[in-house]
Write a protein that binds this ligand. Structure first.
Ligand code: HSE
Length: 325
């Protein structure tokens, strides 16, 4: 990230002593839009409590819910590293000190944007503590840097919806150009996380660098169809369009019972089914909450029968994004 300082007026008397923020999990790729589409969900999500301290610098006080997997070193933890980056950009690193408590409410390496939710919560918290000198769009490049630290690649399809809420399209990366898309009222997600670990870094390395032109044509037709479907709240068009011929065939092998789960989802009325982010979570997109619940329940029953533990979540699209609690 370029290191030019950003001049923003900070009223030091109005800096808060503490703030608590929730940021949502996300379903990146939205099945057919690898690295360019994603949406936020109501739950799960992560929380950050941030406390102002007299001593300048950024420190991690505690992390809960990570089974000791995340680093407490403020330079290695993506939340604190991004908060430091933001303070440096505002030229406040010698004036402001903060301590961070991170409370994780979702599994790491699950394909639900776990690192993004934490990073977004941290950046939203420091911005709120300082009196909101930056708007959400200005926070986005810091969030993308957090993603780069977390998995070695700065994709924005988790952090954009986690930060901006709703469904987002990354129209371009250089420069970053993010478009918010309309959210059809009855669009729901039934998400199941089979408890196997699939780090995004590994799941990205599997993907083929080159694709066939005929597959690319199929995929961009589907992406365009999905976007038209979202604008028109046309659930049939959304259903016809949400297919992934590029990434799913490769990544599905990392997810136990993937095709059996897909069959259950489609047999029980889902509009579409696929991998959430880089997996192993899977998502059924449905019209209405009831179908999402039935599909998630039946998939979980199937996993139990096959000796696989899982968590499930049913959610509408979260249009709010992060919030101060
Ligand atoms: N678009 C990214 C990927 C999301 O599929 O690798 C990672 O959660």
């Amino acid at each position: 990230m370029e290191q030019n300082k950003t001049q923003k007026k900070i009223d030091f008397d109005k800096i808060l002593d503490q703030v608590r923020v929730f940021a949502p999990a996300t379903v990146a790729n939205m099945i057919c839009g690898f690295d360019i589409l994603g949406f936020a969900v109501d739950s799960p999500g992560d929380e950050v409590c941030m406390y102002r301290s007299a001593e300048p610098g950024v420190r991690i006080r505690s992390i809960q819910g990570d089974d000791g997997r995340l680093p407490l070193d403020p330079d290695k933890n993506t939340v604190s590293a991004c908060v430091k980056m933001l303070l440096e950009k505002l030229d406040l690193q010698d004036d402001i000190g903060v301590e961070i408590e991170l409370i994780k409410h979702m599994p790491i390496g699950s394909g639900l944007g776990s690192s993004s939710a934490s990073t977004v919560a941290g950046l939203f918290a420091i911005n709120a503590l300082l009196g909101n000198p930056l708007d959400r769009e200005e926070l986005l490049p810091f969030c993308v840097e957090g993603e780069r630290l977390a998995c070695g690649h700065g994709h924005a399809d988790n952090v954009a919806p986690a930060l901006l809420g709703g469904i987002t399209l990354i129209r371009g990366y250089e420069p970053l150009d993010v478009i918010k898309l309309p959210v059809p009222q009855d669009l729901y997600a039934g998400i199941v996380f089979p408890q196997v670990d699939v780090p995004t870094r590994d799941a990205r390395q599997l993907i083929k660098a080159k694709v066939l032109l005929k597959d690319a044509v199929t995929q961009w037709g589907n992406i365009a169809g999905l976007i038209a479907g979202l604008f028109q709240s046309d659930y049939d068009l959304i259903s016809r369009s949400m297919h992934d011929v590029l990434i799913e065939p490769t990544r599905a092998i990392l997810i136990p019972q993937f095709y059996e789960m897909k069959q259950i989802a489609m047999d029980n009325g889902a509009l579409s089914f696929g991998i959430s982010g880089s997996g192993p979570s899977v998502v059924a997109i449905t019209k209405g909450q009831e179908i999402a619940q039935v599909v998630a329940d039946k998939i979980q029953e199937h996993l139990v029968a096959n000796g696989i533990d899982s968590f499930k979540y049913v959610s509408s699209v979260n249009v709010e994004g992060p919030r101060v609690l």
